[in-house]
Design a protein around this ligand. Structure first.
Ligand SMILES: [Zn+2]
Length: 254
């Protein structure tokens, strides 16, 4: 068993192309490391990637890396010390350091994750608006077409219909969604309606994701560029938890 620390040893941080362009489906890159683990399974690091790792509330991307007859099918993407590691199965040969590689995202899966993730930010807003107060988040998951947001604090009742209505008004209003980078000093001025401030790591620069007029939340994930792309948000369940409440939702194609 190879540890991620061993896979990334001596490598610099990966350039994360998905942070600047979540819609980039293909890219050229170079192999920095290929470690075969068992059989055809192993780990690949490239200098820049379009694949988002499993981190926080966002699941791992999938896709393929190809080079002169070699195909590497990515089943899992991870991050260790700023280095993105692609795990999967190789066929047609072995990668060598410095080799050019073409990467392709499983776009259908990613786009659904982008829609679900953006819906998560919209649900945050709908919760603030409906209950009239901001709750800190406990955990969340923005999966392929379905997700949940779990909040800390007093459960104020099942206002599912109202939350769904507010969320879908945001979808219908086609609000722009974009990322900004701010210093730790600017953070408190720029961020609003964010449920995750108590859980932030200490950084020099923060990436905040803004839904214009709705909220601005520190986030490193991938989002759609307009709320209209999310599709219809369906709130499936609001349930009380031991220290708060949990909202389970889906995004539908209208
Ligand atoms: Zn986000």
């Amino acid at each position: 068993m190879v540890s991620l620390a061993e896979v990334v040893v001596g490598l610099s941080e990966t350039k994360k192309l998905y942070l600047d362009d979540a819609y980039k489906k293909e890219a050229e890159s170079h192999i920095l490391r290929w470690i075969r683990e068992t059989g055809r399974k192993g780990y690949v690091v490239v200098d820049e990637t379009i694949m988002h790792p499993k981190s926080g509330a966002q699941p791992s991307d999938r896709g393929v890396l190809e080079s002169t007859g070699i195909t590497f099918t990515v089943s899992k993407v991870m991050e260790y010390g700023g280095v993105i590691v692609h795990y999967g199965e190789i066929s047609g040969g072995d990668f060598k350091e410095g080799m050019d590689v073409k990467m392709r995202l499983d776009w259908e899966r990613r786009y659904k994750i982008m829609r679900t993730h953006t819906a998560g930010h919209i649900v945050d807003y709908a919760v603030v608006t409906t209950y009239g107060k901001l709750f800190q988040s406990q955990s969340a998951m923005h999966d392929v077409g379905h997700g949940f947001q779990e909040y800390l604090g007093e459960y104020l009742g099942d206002l599912k219909e109202r939350i769904e209505e507010v969320a879908n008004e945001v979808v219908a209003s086609s609000k722009p969604v974009f990322a900004e980078y701010v210093s730790v000093h600017e953070l408190s001025k720029k961020v609003f309606g964010a449920p995750n401030l108590s859980r932030l790591p200490r950084l020099d620069v923060y990436r905040i994701v803004v839904i214009e007029g709705i909220n601005a939340i520190p986030c490193g994930g991938t989002h759609v560029k307009s709320t209209s792309e999310v599709g219809r948000i369906k709130i499936d369940l609001i349930e009380q938890t031991s220290n708060g409440f949990k909202i389970t939702y889906r995004v539908l194609d209208y």
